[in-house]
Design a protein around this ligand. Structure first.
Ligand code: FMN
Length: 293
């Protein structure tokens, strides 16, 4: 049951028993400035059977109605509906998809290149192998092979910690939420990460919402591994802050970056002397520091 301030309550007697409809508000100003959540719950007797929520960030500026007004209208419509067909509300109506209960790993690797056997994928496989050698479970997510749609900025995840988009993202959310280490392996595409990986990063706003609304914290440390065509460090000027921002937003502690430029010329990371060793030792160092904690 929602703990917010109760704004309005109505009791409805029906042949199916007594229903209570309650509208409450929560001040989510601790998440974003002026964020308010309106929650309407229907109880059959004392049992919650249906919940609707809307927050002020869901409603863009310029909309016909603000969120409080929408909540008022939904409240009235639900009251009418309960009166006219109470039998619909005698059983619990759960309209959210829970996260999968399987798919938990010590190490989660987000492999952002569309090239399944490219440089980022090779770096990912070295990390995966190191985890195996350390007796840890790991999982490489080949982002390009998954169905991940972009974030639509609906802010619905701040209502109850669930994203309304139905795709493969829950597997990644479940995995990151329970991982000890998250590695992002990515090529530089137009100075940043490829679109598919960027979509995953944006959709992980969902994890931010789960932390704020449900208290589900991410406890992982993070490592970035990036490859670029051009020589030197310049191609990484944008990509490293992007990966950093992604991690910090989720409470993942970034533990540095391993960067390889100059791949336009040689195309194959295996031809960069010491690259494999550098990736493996960066991961080993992280695994070692985690074991000490
Ligand atoms: C669409 C596209 C955009 C790219 N943009 C950049 C860039 O901005 N800077 C750069 O140095 N390399 C750029 N590259 C080169 C890749 O970063 C480089 O080939 C990398 O090694 C590919 O990694 P992968 O094998 O993991 O896919 C780009 C490549 C592609 C296909």
């Amino acid at each position: 049951m929602n703990e917010g301030a109760v704004e309005k309550t109505v009791e409805i007697e029906t042949p199916e028993g007594t229903f209570t409809i309650r509208l409450s508000t929560d001040d989510l100003g601790f998440v974003y400035p002026d964020m308010l959540r309106y929650t309407i719950e229907i109880l059959h007797g004392a049992r919650p059977v249906y919940t609707y929520a809307i927050n002020s960030y869901e409603v863009p500026p310029g909309s016909l109605f603000e969120a409080g007004r929408v909540a008022g209208i939904v409240f009235a419509r639900l009251a009418d509906d309960v009166r006219s067909r109470p039998e619909i509300y005698t059983r619990k109506r759960v309209l959210v998809r829970p996260l999968p209960d399987r798919g938990v790993y010590d190490l989660v690797i987000l492999q952002g290149s569309p090239r399944k056997f490219g440089n980022s994928a090779l770096a990912a496989s070295w990390c995966d192998d190191e985890a195996g050698r350390a007796g840890l479970s790991s999982r490489i997510f080949y982002i390009h092979e998954m169905e991940i749609r972009p974030c639509i900025g609906c802010y619905v995840c701040y209502n109850d910690g669930h994203c309304p988009i139905d795709d493969d993202m829950p597997r990644i959310i479940r995995a990151i939420e329970s991982a000890s280490l998250v590695v992002v392996c990515t090529p530089v595409y137009t100075n940043t990460v490829p679109a598919g990986l960027k979509a995953v990063m944006d959709r992980c706003q969902w994890l931010h919402a789960r932390e704020k609304i449900l208290g589900k914290e991410v406890h992982a440390r993070g490592l970035a591994i990036a490859v670029a065509g051009q020589e030197g460090m310049e191609p990484f000027a944008c990509v490293t802050p992007v990966v950093d921002a992604f991690m910090k937003n989720l409470g993942i502690q970034p533990a540095g970056a391993v960067l390889f430029g100059g791949l336009d010329r040689i195309r194959d990371i295996r031809r960069i002397e010491g690259a494999e060793g550098e990736v493996r030792s960066a991961l080993r160092a992280l695994l070692g520091s985690m074991a000490e904690r």
